[in-house]
Design a protein around this ligand. Structure first.
Ligand code: SPD
Length: 349
């Protein structure tokens, strides 16, 4: 998903969709020969997917427990069927049907979303910022090629422009095939897709354009590495209007306190309004939680703790063909409450 560099994805092996569902009789046969299934993908061994550092090469068994983002642990999921595996210019893309969480998208061996719990991530990363300012109009999404954040922004009728800058066109194409419940977001006529380098897009954006910017990136190893550094945050602040807001994927409080501290210190320097950390539960992400950085630029003060634009008052938000599954104003407030250990470690919040 979002990252630096430029250009679109390249060729791939495409697996059939419905046609590849394995009948139960064949599954029984496969169970007696699990290693043949194991060879279908480096991250899948004996029918179980485990998050690896990189599945593009090397011995995946060695990498299971050595991802630098979560060393010493691995989350595994039972795989029913591999639906797609391919490689773009930027990353390896895998889609599989899991036994409990529905279809799963993994990039470079790391879970980006599952059908069952994607609502917790996409709804929170979108409505935390958009419900914190009155009447948002222009919104930019960095990354987010699966379309889930676009789907959620579409609920806000005050918005008249939704720009999205995603580096990897192949992620969009694959998601359109396997995750139509998310890519429905691309069908909104307010959406303008820009395929390319997020940092360059932001450098070329007019100063003060956006009311809100949402950075829906993958982890900061690989294509998204630049998206946690100061120059990137500076270009974000520049592209926001005074009192505009940023919501940035900000990893797990259980695993990445140093990274969170670094991001917060940088944002305190760059953003002259408010800076907060919020979090939510996403069972299929490492440690089961993920956080968000919420920042505002100098201008009308933004109180992230008390949504000024509550979703419950936005009739259209609740009337779309898909109901909200996770976000509500109570969860918004709760998301900004931090455990005592984190308050201590983050100090200045
Ligand atoms: N550790 C994985 C974090 C992934 C965050 N981005 C997910 C993209 C979903 N739209």
């Amino acid at each position: 998903m979002g990252g630096s560099g430029s250009g679109a994805g390249s060729g791939s092996e495409v697996g059939g969709h419905g046609a590849e569902v394995v009948p139960s009789c064949c599954r029984k046969a496969m169970a007696s020969a699990p290693e043949s299934e194991a060879r279908q993908h480096a991250t899948v061994v004996s029918g179980w997917f485990s998050e690896a550092r990189s599945s593009s090469g090397g011995d995946a068994k060695v990498l299971y427990y050595n991802n630098p983002m979560w060393p010493g642990e691995a989350h595994s999921m039972k795989v029913e069927n591999i639906l797609y595996k391919g490689k773009s210019e930027y990353q390896e893309i895998l889609v599989f049907e899991s036994s409990i969480y529905g279809k799963v998208l993994a990039l470079d061996g790391i879970i980006q979303l599952t059908e069952k719990d994607e609502c917790a991530y996409q709804e929170m990363i979108t409505h935390l910022p958009l419900c914190s300012i009155p009447s948002p109009k222009k919104v930019l999404v960095i990354g987010g090629g699966d379309g889930g954040v676009l789907r959620e922004i579409s609920r806000h009728s005050s918005v008249d422009l939704i720009d999205i800058c995603e580096i990897d066109m192949l992620v969009i194409e694959v998601c359109k095939k396997f995750f139509p419940e998310l890519t429905v977001g691309f069908e909104d006529p307010r959406v303008h897709l820009h395929v390319g380098d997020a940092a360059e897009f932001l450098r070329n954006a007019q100063v003060g354009t956006y009311d809100a910017i949402i950075v829906d990136s993958s982890d900061p190893i690989g294509p998204a590495e630049e998206l946690v550094k100061k120059p990137f945050f500076e270009t974000i602040a520049r592209a926001l209007r005074p009192g505009g807001v940023l919501c940035n994927q900000a990893e797990s409080m259980w695993l990445h306190t140093h990274l969170i501290q670094d991001m917060l210190s940088t944002c305190f320097e760059v953003f002259k309004g408010s800076v907060h950390y919020a979090w939510t539960s996403v069972p299929t992400y490492p440690s089961g939680v993920i956080g968000f950085l919420l920042c505002s630029t100098d201008g009308a003060p933004v109180d992230f703790l008390n949504p000024i634009n509550p979703i419950e008052k936005l009739d259209e938000a609740l009337k779309t063909r898909r109901e909200l599954r996770f976000y509500n104003s109570e969860l918004h407030k709760a998301a900004l409450a931090l455990p005592s250990f984190l308050k201590r470690e983050l100090g200045h919040l």
